[in-house]
Design a protein around this ligand. Structure first.
Ligand SMILES: [Mg+2]
Length: 96
């Protein structure tokens, strides 16, 4: 594992802590977690799509153009939600 990996995992940890501070411990069933994860994947998709194809960005006029930094942030949210889902699964089914 290189420095880049450690840096990204540190960002995921920070996002995971931010989510816990906002929402508290979440213990959803697997289908709900997958819906939450899919919602975050959709936001990542929208961020990169609107960055690469700004003419399709309907909200650019009100908030300015999108950037790959937003795509980066959304990917961190995807990873952090996946971690939260694993934690929840392990709490509910500790024997696997
Ligand atoms: Mg998001």
């Amino acid at each position: 594992m290189g420095e880049a990996t450690a840096g990204v995992l540190g960002e995921v940890l920070a996002e995971r802590q931010r989510q816990d501070a906002r929402w508290g411990q979440q213990d959803h069933d697997p289908s709900t977690w997958l819906m939450v994860l899919a919602e975050e994947v959709g936001e990542a998709n929208q961020a990169v799509f609107e960055t690469l194809f700004p003419s399709y960005d309907k909200r650019a006029a009100e908030r300015g153009p999108r950037s790959l930094a937003e795509y980066h942030l959304e990917l961190l949210q995807v990873a952090a939600v996946a971690v939260a889902a694993i934690e929840s699964l392990d709490r509910q089914h500790p024997q696997g």
